[in-house]
Design a protein around this ligand. Structure first.
Ligand code: SAM
Length: 272
């Protein structure tokens, strides 16, 4: 069995009873950083042998671990913090294990993205985890452009020294949407900063600590050709069963304009 074990993202009390038991009972713990994990294990009086398993050595280590898994041993994967395989090593090992017919089991617990989302006050019914963006400028821009039309809430990770620049990139690609910076989650200086992207960029002069960036999704309809779009939207509402007046009222809410403007746009459309 291959266990994917969550560890705290700051507060040690977020370690679960099950995580402690699974780590104690495992034959081997594959850890992103053995020095860091050893401290955690010492705190919880766990004495299981450790092997390093980071992105650089994952293929080689997977080759060592796999025969042991196939022979029936239990291996637990942990990362430095939170869920392994979420912007952390572990996913490769999961794939290798599945291909070899080894069972994989989650031991859930702390995760920065979801902890930020649930306290963001933004829509939690649909969200997308975008994690860290690629480093290359063009790849970042292209990805942000593709993400800009997503209507679900979007969650990013970013290092503090790149945060200001990242917020500027977000404003360029998304416009000035509402967002939340979740800082130092579960730690002493935990903080939630709320506002539009540009307000947040002004609020944080020298960002310190760890951040999750939660950004409101795109409004469901983009007004590129306002007149045409408004007519289409009103038609859609009517097709959904609304009368014309209600359809215009809903369209006005959606585009954040007055009903008079919707009316004028429809007249313009009809007379074109
Ligand atoms: N596997 C982890 C998880 O499940 O959340 C994520 C690890 S990723 C390498 C590290 C990034 O997660 C940080 O740069 C930051 O964006 C976010 N993060 C981790 N811990 C955090 C915390 N306590 N507060 C805010 N963000 C955190």
């Amino acid at each position: 069995m291959l266990y994917l074990v969550a560890t705290p993202i700051g507060n040690l009390e977020d370690m679960t009873f099950r995580a402690i038991r699974v780590l104690r009972e495992a034959d081997l713990i594959a850890a992103e950083d053995t020095r860091r994990t050893r401290k955690l294990l010492t705190h919880f009086d766990i004495h299981t042998p450790l092997i390093r398993f980071d992105e650089n050595c994952s293929a080689a280590v997977a080759e060592k671990i796999l025969p042991r898994l196939i022979a029936g041993e239990t291996v637990a994967v942990v990362s430095d913090a939170g869920l392994p395989a979420i912007s952390d090593p572990g996913a490769d090992l999961v794939r290798v294990a599945i291909d070899a017919g080894v069972a994989v089991c989650p031991v859930p617990g702390a995760n920065a993205a979801l902890s930020a989302l649930i306290c963001s006050g933004l829509d939690t019914s649909r969200f997308m985890f975008a994690g860290f963006l690629p480093r290359a400028k063009k790849n970042r821009r292209d990805l942000l452009q593709r993400l800009s039309t997503i209507t679900a809430t979007i969650i990013f990770y970013e290092a503090p020294h790149r945060l200001k620049n990242f917020l500027a990139e977000l404003v360029d690609a998304f416009g000035d949407r509402r967002a939340v910076l979740a800082r130092e989650l579960t730690k002493l200086h935990e903080e939630f900063l709320r506002g539009t992207l540009s307000e947040l960029a002004e609020k944080i002069s020298e960002p310190r600590g760890e951040f999750v960036i939660v950004v409101e999704g795109a409004t469901s309809i983009k007004i590129s050709e306002p007149t045409e779009d408004i007519a289409t939207v009103v038609e859609k509402f009517i097709a959904d069963g609304l009368d014309k007046k209600s359809a215009m009222r809903e369209a006005a809410k959606l585009f954040n304009v007055s009903r008079r403007e919707i009316y004028n746009a429809l007249i313009r459309e009809e007379t074109q």
